[in-house]
Design a protein around this ligand. Structure first.
Ligand code: UD1
Length: 443
């Protein structure tokens, strides 16, 4: 990946303004103190944007995070015929989408492979147009990330799906029909894909063993506002009565629980205190008690959450990632950066993605003591981390390295900033306001 600040695709975006420079130079060891505004959730906004393809009427989203994945997806949606307008106000970015015409064209591979969420275009374009052609999607390099549940679900709804030459071609000339689908695993993406497709299918679809992540509930609420008939939002059984007339919707994207958890860890790691405005503790699921037991004080306050280090310090803790409400895989790498400076040992078991320990080598360069065997990592806390030259390999690894650098002695130079920009809305700018010392540069 290159440097997003030099990418002409995004340079044209009115809001893509502050993420300049390919390197982030971070001087560590300063306590973070102040207010940090949690942005709209990356994992919610992408499916919400795609939901605009369901209706010819206007869909407006508020609290849209200014992240690279939103820029990529808006370009993909425009290529499919969606008209998009942006505005920037006191409550962040808003975007209004009009999909009164949708062309089921094959999308540009270089764009589709930049983002795993592009697979969500498959069900909705198929349901709307009767056919869809999509290069195999990309995203973080963190494991197999199959699409078999997506394909099996669409086939159960009457689609013909061919996979050849790295391209997915799906047809349903007479439309999709409702089906009773049990997911082999509560996949977040497959639940979203099938939910979106089911809204336009004829008859009733039941999705069993559905993912219960709050971002899926946020999507269901937006679809219900558009006129979709959905019951069971937030549970593991979703029932969708399809083919209802849809209006438009105006929806505010939920706050990002991963950003909340990550910055709370940063407050504790630097022995500071941060008010996480718009943060909602209830969204953290069982990650909240785990972080608290590791020494991250989380205190609900009016309009947000206060985070700081407990008086007993950071202590080694055992974590197993699992589907919501379990400990989110997206918080695994930031938690590891925190545990790297805990007193005592921690274990982290990654059950969602098999290759999600690629940040370990980078943390080791900073002096962390971590051993990995298969899906399990052992972290022996060290007294301090030391700044180093490190490279982010995925979006959550990027955040973990920023966290480690903030807590470390000396300077860290972080490369691979496209990964940070993919998922975090002006993180460096917001951390600067909390007393961090960091600059983006091209050197
Ligand atoms: C996953 C995470 C989500 C996180 C996101 C981005 C879970 C359950 N999902 O969502 O919290 O925000 O990554 O990091 O924590 N799988 C298949 N076949 C499929 C679909 C999925 O085998 O058709 C497997 C995947 O390889 C993976 C697991 O199921 O091992 C979960 O995948 P899924 O939830 O679909 O991934 P994302 O939607 O990307």
């Amino acid at each position: 990946m290159g440097n997003s600040s030099n990418d002409p695709l995004f340079a044209a975006s009115p809001w893509w303004r502050s993420n300049r420079g390919a390197h982030l130079n971070i001087q560590g060891g300063r306590p973070l103190v102040g207010t940090y505004s949690v942005s709209g959730a990356k994992n919610a906004v992408l499916p919400l944007m795609i939901s605009a393809l369901l209706t010819p009427n206007l869909v407006t989203l508020h609290n849209v995070p200014a992240i690279l994945d939103v820029a990529v997806l808006s370009t993909l949606l425009e290529r499919l015929g969606v008209n998009i307008s942006w505005s920037d106000g006191p409550n962040g970015l808003s975007l209004t989408m009009c999909a009164d015409r949708v062309h089921p064209m094959q999308l540009d591979r270089t764009l589709v492979t930049r983002m795993r969420a592009s697979i969500l275009l498959l069900g909705v374009v198929l349901a709307r147009c009767g056919e869809a052609t999509l290069p195999m999607p990309g995203g973080d390099d963190i494991g197999l990330r199959g699409i078999d549940f997506h394909v099996a679900g669409l086939r159960a709804m009457g689609a013909t799906v061919d996979l050849a030459g790295g391209v997915i071609h799906a047809t349903a000339p007479n439309g999709l029909r409702g089906a009773d689908i049990r997911l082999p695993f509560p996949s977040v993406g497959a639940t979203q894909n099938l939910l979106l497709a089911a809204v336009l299918a004829k008859g009733t679809t039941v999705i069993r063993n559905a993912a219960r992540e709050p971002e899926n509930t946020d999507l269901a609420h937006c679809l219900i506002m558009m006129g979709a008939k959905i019951t069971g939002a937030g549970s593991d059984v979703l029932t969708i009565q399809g083919d209802n007339p849809l209006t438009g919707a105006v929806h505010t994207v939920m706050p990002d629980r991963i950003e909340l958890g990550t910055i709370a860890c940063a407050a504790a790691a630097t022995d500071g205190e941060i008010f996480l405005r718009h943060g909602r503790m209830d969204l953290l699921g069982t990650a909240a008690p785990v972080l608290i037991s590791a020494g991250v004080v989380l205190q609900e306050a009016a309009g947000g959450v206060i985070a700081r280090r407990s008086s007993s310090g950071i202590v080694g803790t055992d974590v197993v990632t699992s589907p919501y409400p379990g400990f989110a895989t997206d918080l695994q790498s930031p938690a590891m950066a925190l545990f790297a400076i805990a007193s005592g040992a921690s274990t982290i078991t990654e059950t969602i993605f098999e290759q999600r320990f690629r940040h370990v080598d980078e943390l080791r360069k900073m002096g962390a003591s971590i051993t990995v065997q298969g899906r399990m990592a052992w972290v022996r806390g060290v007294h301090r981390l030391i700044g180093a030259q490190v490279t982010a390999t995925d979006v959550r690894a990027a955040a973990a390295l920023v966290l480690a650098a903030l807590a470390a002695d000396g300077e860290t130079v972080l490369e691979g900033l496209d990964h940070l920009d993919r998922g975090y809305d002006r993180m460096a700018e917001k951390l600067l306001a909390c007393g961090a010392e960091m600059t983006r540069s091209d050197r």
